[in-house]
Ligand binder design. Structure first.
Ligand SMILES: NC(=O)c1ccc[n+]([C@@H]2O[C@H](COP(=O)([O-])OP(=O)(O)OC[C@H]3O[C@@H](n4cnc5c(N)ncnc54)[C@H](O)[C@@H]3O)[C@@H](O)[C@H]2O)c1
Length: 369
């Protein structure tokens, strides 16, 4: 028996919203009802384009025909928007990071628990076939016992393509809080929670200016570190090293590799959903592509919210959960602290490694609901 779709109100209709609109068409357990933005004119334009209602942000929260708020605002407003939605009894799925700090974001997780609503957070890229198949390779023992992983993400800076990039250089942005969630959420999905970190962080004095769109040429104030390297100790004993940077013009570093006693796993880009996994084993002595064995096929941004809808029907927590995002935020904040203090920081949050996603086209409402 199929059940009614989760009725969704989208708050924040900026650059990333286009990817979510594209996914709604593939996700029958979600129904987009209305959009809102502090820029009400933009909300009206986008609503007309997609044939949904435009409402004020307050009206959207107060709407009886909305079950869940999809929060696509900038990092500095994730917690505030989320708390207001929860106050109105809405489930919430938010873009990453969960908030600017653990202190700011923990009340969001607590408020959702207290209100009995579900809280989910990007990145949902980890639910795609890329990371999920990589995890299946590890869980099946194909590369033997895992010892460590190496992660590198770098670019010259998001101001080269984003029309409104100032937030990337403010608290909540930077390569650590902007790109870290993809990699660290993937590391936790693959190897479980992290217990200790150390790190180094720096920034250049290279001037940053908006490169595209109506604001082109506008200088961007830089309030964050733009080159960060860290060592992460997982509770499972695996050690990961990670570099994220807005300072690199070109690199030949591998993006994401996992080293085991029997082989090496090349994990696909965790900012994407469905790229192929490759593995090298000592016995085959060659790289080979791994067929998709787990995760949502041909997925995109929004599948995490659809998975939350499935979780709601099955009376369980979502995989891309607020608790996972809080742990990842704690890891990132602890890296920054370790870098400031030149210390090793022990984490105070933990999370269970989320369940594997069976190979499927999309999340579904429960047969039993
Ligand atoms: N742009 C990308 O490629 C990308 C990719 C993945 C994730 N994200 C994440 O998505 C989020 C949004 O990024 P974006 O690039 O779409 O930013 P953006 O600046 O293009 O859009 C943000 C929108 O939110 C609105 N907004 C801001 N504060 C609000 C509030 N309090 N209430 C209602 N609306 C508000 C803004 O008016 C704007 O329309 C960020 O957390 C970012 O990390 C962006």
């Amino acid at each position: 028996m199929s059940s009614a779709p989760l009725r969704v109100g989208m708050v924040g209709v900026g650059t990333i919203s286009a990817q979510y609109f594209a996914s709604f068409e593939k996700l029958p357990n979600l129904q987009l009802v209305a959009v809102a933005d502090i820029n009400e004119e933009r909300a009206r334009e986008v609503a007309a384009e997609h044939g949904v209602d435009a409402r004020s942000v307050d009206d959207l929260f107060a709407s009886d025909d909305i079950d869940a708020v999809l929060n696509l605002t900038i990092p500095a407003t994730h917690v505030d928007v989320g708390l207001r939605a929860i106050e109105h009894g809405k489930h919430v799925f938010a873009e990453k990071p969960l908030g600017l700090s653990v202190t700011e974001a923990r009340p969001l997780v607590e408020a959702a628990d207290a209100a009995g609503v579900l809280l989910g957070s990007a990145p949902d890229t980890v639910l795609g076939t890329g990371i999920q198949t990589a995890r299946a390779v590890i869980d099946d023992g194909v590369i033997g016992d895992v010892l460590g992983a190496s992660v590198h993400w770098s670019a010259p800076g998001h101001e080269r393509w984003h029309p409104n990039p100032a937030f990337y250089y403010q608290p909540g942005g930077g390569p650590l809080l902007d790109m870290g969630p993809y990699y660290i959420t993937s590391l936790v999905t693959l190897f479980g929670p992290i217990i200790r970190v150390s790190g180094l962080a720096t920034r250049s004095d290279r001037p940053r200016t908006v490169a595209t769109g109506p604001q082109a040429g506008t200088p961007i104030p830089v309030a964050i570190d733009t080159h960060v390297t860290a060592l992460l100790e997982h509770e499972s004993g695996v050690s990961s090293q990670i570099t994220v940077s807005f300072e690199v013009w070109a690199t030949r570093s591998p993006l994401f590799e996992v080293y085991g006693t029997k082989g090496t796993l090349a994990v696909p880009d965790p900012n994407r959903f469905n790229d192929p996994v490759e593995v090298y084993t000592a016995d085959t002595a060659e790289w080979r592509a791994v067929p998709e064995t787990a995760g949502y096929r041909d997925s995109g941004r929004g599948y995490g919210l659809a998975e939350l809808a499935e979780a709601l029907h099955n009376n369980r927590q979502p995989r891309a959960s607020g608790a996972l995002a809080l742990h990842v935020l704690d890891v990132m904040e602890s890296i920054a602290r370790a870098a400031d203090e030149r210390s090793v920081v022990t984490l105070h949050t933990t999370v269970e490694r989320p369940e594997t996603v069976p190979l499927s086209d999309r999340p579904e409402a429960s047969e039993n609901s």
